[in-house]
Design a protein around this ligand. Sequence first.
Ligand code: 3PG
Length: 307
Amino acid sequence: MKKILVATEKPFAKQAVDNIKKLVESAGYEFLLLEKYQSADELIKAAENVNAIIIRSDKITKEVIDAANKLEIVVRAGAGYDNVDLQASSDKNIVVMNTPGQNSNAVAELALGMMVYQARNGFDGNSGTELRGKTLGIHAYGNVGKYVAKIAKGFGMKVYAFDPFVKKKSIKKDKVKAVKSVEKLYSKCQYISLHIPANEKTKNSINYDLLSLMPENAVLVNTARKEVINESELLKIMAEKKNFSYLSDIAPDCKTDFEQNFSGRFLFTTKKMGAQTSEANINSGIAAAQQIINFFKKGDKTFQVNK
Ligand code: 3PG
């Protein structure tokens, strides 16, 4: 009987785990669970005899791949798969998939929630500002970007987007203004919400040159990956522009500099919280399990990312 392991250092909601287990067992497979593990060794050990693994931001390194002799498929229950060694997986003919769109609304809600929190001074009793009428630039118009646009329009924000991989026509269809260049987006918008993946091209790409284009009272919202930020250049902007704020789903490596120098101008979650809702856990977890079942039963490779 094939074994399907759910390996999540940051666990899914219980209801999601129960639903995944039920689905896996009713399809005739064995369900295994490794949650809140403390070391890579625990993951390596758990992966040894399994045929499939469902993960979140868990790191599937070459060491994990090499130890997992029976592994046929890894599904990242979520969008970004920068935590999986794709080359090592492909070398051993292991299929890697993600579950695009399944947790996007949760991430978008967090982005707007962080913006409200900042605009109201962390709810400290002082008068804040409103989002209505403010400009928001969406950097990368994928699944999360689209939800951010939709919610922000509900707040009455003026929404712009830049994405070189998405046709302007489809951005405009959502009544979002498509801008021609990333520089234009940053020049125009008080708020920027990042939704780019972390890859060799994007790492460190949010730098001084871009951030210095932003208008007064700029707010950079990062629910993407901390690696896309050039942290030393962000610190430079924070020091130069006294009303620049940085809101990030997971703290940057330079968190201490922020704590020491920029009080009231940042918000960092302690764990990556964007996709941490029951709904997102259920949607992405069930999608991941179903994709594995479809792969085992029908050879279906939809959503494979290491082609
Ligand atoms: C994603 O890429 O899907 C999000 O960053 C969520 O990551 P998580 O599942 O580790 O919370």
